[in-house]
Ligand binder design. Structure first.
Ligand SMILES: *Cc1c(COP(=O)(O)O)cnc(C)c1O
Length: 640
């Protein structure tokens, strides 16, 4: 329990520290003195006004968008693109590097048309291009990019149609590269380019032996699925030379995996790639571009460490290391500095979206009031448990814990055998919870907490039921145990006195968030405020702009959430630039091949029959049909 003095002592500042927002927020997010999460939207590289997410949420609700909402902030796309390009420009300038930087945003990281359009628009001044891994993505690239200096990088297996599309883009003036994933693509590219009468731009993907740590370590090393081996590379050179197309081979590409936590792996990868670059140039290949792929990581847990959810380097350090490594390697061989290309996806868009949701209900694991004494005739084991709880002391917590568990099990057995009734069992469970709570309350006094008792706070944590679906909106949390920053977006002047895990609406045991970035490393519970009766409690999951949208699925038929894009103006005002209502129930039903029209007809026939049978009146029938239609049109999430 907190006294009112403790509440006084708590501050918005302390909340900011507790949730680590200054670490993972990268300057874009913070806590206002009023205790609300604010977004600081950059303008042309300058930090802009701070706007409360609560104000944005209110504005959206007034416009008919209910929770959950995926909120995108345009300025952050601008801010991230600016940061990446300016950091490379700075590193290039201070090193005296002779080449330039050209980014290419990998469309797969967020294919939403609004996002790709913003990237093209804000990236224009930096000639920032796009990376496409399929025909569909290439079609997005050529219909979105206006700037002919920007690169289009085509990765992935390419059939004749894909290649024709890329060659047509070449005819239209796009700098469109085919990156060879396998030697099998070479004859096809040669054939199609002869047929269409245009020279291709060719790159080759290397299979490096540099191994990286983190979740995507499989993308690197000898057994990685992609890229050409040294043997294959040599035969590609010969084949292109033979075909008279060696002058088209201008780019060398590698991709060590996403979210590379350790800068040393990035450096090793660049150095290894430079060895290939140098020797290919010696072979007469007119290389001019070195493409590092993705991998630039995000500090999801705010630890700035080489843990899988973080990284031990900044964007600036990444740029400086890359530029220096290439420069030093090539200078030793008098080879001109290449254009540096990166396909940074996560680092470009992760910050730009927040999932906002409200809490619908809270489950507690707290005992009800304990009776003054046990009722007459209570079973011995209940009496034993009652006594065991009274004698709990800080010196004997493990022993007391053992006793509490033992008597609880005895009581459960008695119930199974029919020796005690349901009310007695309930009383036993209540005593048991009281015992656990008492032990948990004394744990902080122990010097060394026994392993068995370590998970006690987690076992007793509240369950906050959030109005969202992990499967739809945070698939990486479920699929690869990705940690995302989560926190309440208001009431941050109050001490968050409860510990909780967050469950979603699916009632699936995987539909939950129970790994959090805490001030002392990863935590199994999150500090939250008690939900006030009759008041909404709003939370946000941050850094969800990369990879989460199209990987999401329709578990329990929870569909796409409402989406809103805002642009924040320098004076702190904002424009709601794009609002998209999420899937209706009718939408998600048709995704799985139901025909909502036919469902309605069937339902109407059933209701008509009920009228004929005298079970309902005609006006009841009308009301039911209206409600059915209304539901088909409604949001798939919980509506108040
Ligand atoms: C996925 C992918 C990327 C993007 O990686 P990030 O770590 O998100 O920057 C870039 N290039 C290729 C080839 C990829 O497969």
């Amino acid at each position: 329990m907190t006294t009112s003095d403790d509440k006084q002592a708590w501050s918005a500042r302390k909340s900011a520290e507790l949730y680590g927002i200054d670490e993972w927020g990268s300057g874009y997010f913070g806590v206002s003195p009023e205790g609300e999460v604010v977004v600081r939207a950059p303008h042309n590289g300058e930090p802009g006004a701070a706007v409360s997410l609560m104000d944005i949420a209110r504005g959206l609700q007034q416009r008919g968008l209910d929770m959950p909402i995926l909120l995108r902030m345009e300025n952050l796309v601008d801010g991230r693109l600016t940061a990446l390009n300016e950091s490379f420009a700075d590193a290039i300038k201070s090193a005296g590097y002779q080449g330039e930087y050209r980014g290419a945003f990998p469309i797969k990281v967020n294919q939403q048309s609004h996002v790709v359009a913003e990237i093209a628009r804000f990236g224009e001044r930096y000639n920032h291009g796009l990376e496409a891994g399929s025909k569909a993505e290439l079609m997005i690239a050529i219909s979105t990019l206006q700037n002919r200096e920007s690169l289009i990088i085509c990765n992935g297996y390419k059939d004749a149609e894909f290649i024709d599309l890329g060659l047509q883009a070449r005819k239209l003036g796009f700098k469109c590269f085919f990156v060879l994933e396998t030697p099998a693509e070479v004859p096809l590219i040669i054939e199609r380019s002869r047929l269409l009468g245009v020279d291709p731009l060719i790159g080759a993907r290397l299979k490096l032996s540099t191994k990286v740590e983190g979740h995507w370590s499989e993308d690197s090393g000898d057994r990685s699925l992609f890229g050409l081996t040294a043997i294959q590379l040599v035969s590609v050179v010969d084949e292109l030379r033979e075909a008279g197309l060696l002058h088209c081979f201008q780019l060398l590409h590698f991709h060590l995996g996403s979210q590379i936590p350790n800068i040393r792996s990035i450096r090793s990868g660049v150095l290894e790639a430079c060895r290939y670059y140098i020797d290919l140039v010696a072979e007469g290949v007119p290389l001019g571009y070195l493409d590092l792929g993705g991998g630039l990581a995000i500090d999801y847990d705010g630890t700035s460490s080489n843990s899988g959810h973080s990284r031990n380097y900044s964007v600036q350090e990444y740029c400086v290391d890359v530029v220096e490594a290439i420069q030093q390697s090539l200078d030793a061989h008098d080879i001109p500095h290449p254009v540096i290309v990166t396909e940074s996806g996560r680092a470009t868009v992760a910050h730009t979206a927040v999932l906002l949701f409200n809490v619908l209900d809270v489950g507690h694991f707290e005992p009800g009031p304990l009776p003054e004494e046990l009722p007459e005739g209570s079973h011995d084991q209940l009496v034993n448990l009652w006594h065991a709880i009274r004698v709990i002391t800080p010196e004997s917590l493990q022993e007391c814990y053992n006793d509490v568990i033992y008597y609880r099990d005895q009581i459960r057995d008695l119930f199974h055998r029919g020796d005690i009734n349901l009310r007695m069992r309930a009383m036993g469970e209540n005593l048991y919870l009281a015992g656990l709570q008492k032990i948990a309350g004394l744990l902080p006094q122990m010097k060394r907490i026994p392993a068995e008792l370590e998970t006690l706070p987690q076992q007793l944590a509240d369950i906050y039921y959030g109005n969202f679906s992990v499967f739809q909106s945070l698939p990486d949390s479920w699929a690869i145990d990705q940690v995302f920053p989560v926190m309440p977006i208001h009431r941050l002047k109050e001490e968050p006195s409860r510990q909780a895990i967050i469950a979603d609406l699916t009632c699936d045991c995987d539909g939950k968030l129970d790994r959090f970035a805490g001030p002392e490393g990863e935590a199994q519970t999150l500090s939250v405020h008690p939900v006030n009766h009759g008041e909404e409690y709003y939370m946000g999951v941050f850094l969800v702009g990369a990879y989460q949208e199209t990987l999401g699925d329709l578990h329990n038929l929870f569909g796409d959430t409402n989406v809103a894009s805002v642009r924040i103006n320098p004076d702190g005002g904002m424009d709601f630039v794009h609002e998209l209502h999420g899937d209706s129930i009718s939408d998600v039903l048709s995704y799985v091949e139901y025909d909502p029209q036919a469902m309605f007809k069937q339902f109407r026939a059933t209701a008509e029959q009920a009228v004929r049978d005298g079970r309902i009146s005609v006006s009841e029938r009308q009301a039911m049909l209206a409600a059915f239609t209304e539901s088909l049109r409604g949001y798939t999430y919980f509506e108040r």
